[in-house]
Write a protein that binds this ligand. Structure first.
Ligand SMILES: [Cu+2]
Length: 136
């Protein structure tokens, strides 16, 4: 009886850990780019902290991960007037991958992520970066 209870507790804790990794706050972003999606397409990070960024481009064309500044969006097409609104970006060639890092924005809020390659926003290549206050 006791053994059964312990097993249940272990399974429950594993389950909670798995859920935390998917929907919770993380200092790591793992994203796969395809033609034309970010997978996953929502990330939650702590404000002002170092974020490890691992990404690969499984598509046949160049893709970008572009974080727009708070309160700005690229609209349907990324053009020259959107350039000053870029918070951080990285570009990946087809088949390419990257392991880099960036500092999360210090201001909590919802930031738009887009691929700036022409035509990719309207093809659905957008995502959401949710910045939450860092825990003390
Ligand atoms: Cu793209």
């Amino acid at each position: 009886m006791k053994r059964t209870f312990n097993l249940a507790a272990v399974l429950l804790s594993l389950l909670l850990t798995a859920c935390g990794g998917m929907g919770g706050v993380s200092n790591t972003i793992d994203v796969t780019m395809t033609d034309f999606q970010f997978q996953p397409n929502q990330f939650t990070v702590p404000a002002g902290e170092e974020i490890t960024f691992n990404s690969s481009n499984n598509g046949a064309v160049v893709h970008n991960f572009v974080i727009m500044k708070l309160g700005t969006t690229a609209g349907d097409f990324f053009d020259d007037e959107d350039v000053p609104n870029v918070y951080w970006e990285v570009e990946l060639v087809p088949g390419g991958s990257t392991n880099t890092s960036f500092t999360a924005p210090s201001e909590p809020g919802e930031y738009q992520v887009v691929c700036r390659t022409e035509g990719h926003i309207v093809s659905g290549m957008t995502a959401k970066l949710i910045v939450v206050p860092a825990e003390e």
